[in-house]
Design a protein around this ligand. Structure first.
Ligand code: OAD
Length: 232
């Protein structure tokens, strides 16, 4: 079976009603990214950052995967599929994708402030009581924090993603502005000649010498078109 590796971003979940970051009216227009998505911002005002992610988590609990997510999962019938996502939502999993690498963490998990990547401290949050409050503790006794990779932090899953890119037969970029590294650099690791598809309603600049087949559509329509191409 051929292997397809997806690199997905916020646009993948836009049709589920989750805001992207850099589009007009995107999240970073309403919340300064340095304040809510950096380690310095968290150290300066943990309550504000916890609230920001509590709101995102409550929003996620109201949403569902869209047709695009389901079509990504559908490809598992004919291909070996790995999804490398920058999204912290769980919509790929809920649509049935079985192999998802979260480069930027997971909204429905909490972890330790002292040692965020200690597996013993990473735990699922209860959807019935999804908020993290000041004073909630991780297993090591430090403040519980969202299991999110903030700007200024290491991206521990990147190596796994690189291994996947290096063994991809087909590489698909979907719903990402390709502005955040190292995620955007993943395409550098594909083998020469690997077919690359890009699904996005807007033009996206990709820093790569690969030939890119652009599908200028939203995630759902774009995935339908990709399936037509790949399954013909
Ligand atoms: P961006 O908000 O930067 O980019 C979203 C992309 O989705 C843009 O290229 C849009 O044109 C596209 N888009 C919008 N609607 C779409 C639709 N219906 N279907 C398909 N694509 C659509 O989001 P990311 O590239 O994911 O990190 O951002 C990368 C990282 O920056 C995020 O993971 C987040 C952010 O800061 C952290 O918070 C650590």
């Amino acid at each position: 079976m051929q292997k397809i590796v997806f690199l997905s971003g916020a646009g993948m979940s836009a049709e589920s009603g989750i805001s992207t970051f850099r589009d007009s009216d995107g999240l970073w227009e309403h919340y300064p990214v340095q304040q809510v998505a950096s380690i310095e911002g968290y150290e300066e005002n943990p309550a504000l950052v916890l609230k920001f992610y509590n709101d995102r988590r409550r929003e996620l609990l109201q949403t569902k995967p869209n047709h695009g997510h389901f079509m990504v999962a559908e490809l598992e019938k004919n291909f070996q599929v790995t999804v490398v996502t920058q999204n912290v939502d769980n919509l790929h999993e809920r649509a049935g994708s079985s192999n998802v690498i979260h480069l930027h963490g997971e909204l429905m998990k909490g972890t330790s402030t002292r040692n965020p990547n200690d597996p013993a401290c990473i735990r699922e949050l209860n959807p019935e009581q999804p908020d993290i409050h000041l004073g909630d503790k991780a297993a090591d006794g430090s403040q519980l924090r969202p299991f999110i990779v903030w700007f200024g932090e290491a991206v521990p899953e990147f190596e796994k993603a690189v291994n996947e890119a290096q063994t991809a037969d087909i590489f698909v970029i979907i719903g990402t502005s390709m502005q955040v590294y190292p995620a955007a650099g993943l395409i550098r690791y594909i083998r020469p000649g690997t077919p690359v598809y890009l699904i996005d309603p807007k033009a996206v600049h990709v820093n790569s010498s690969s030939v890119i087949h652009t599908i200028n559509k939203g995630a759902s329509e774009g995935m339908d078109e990709l399936l037509k191409i790949l399954l013909k």
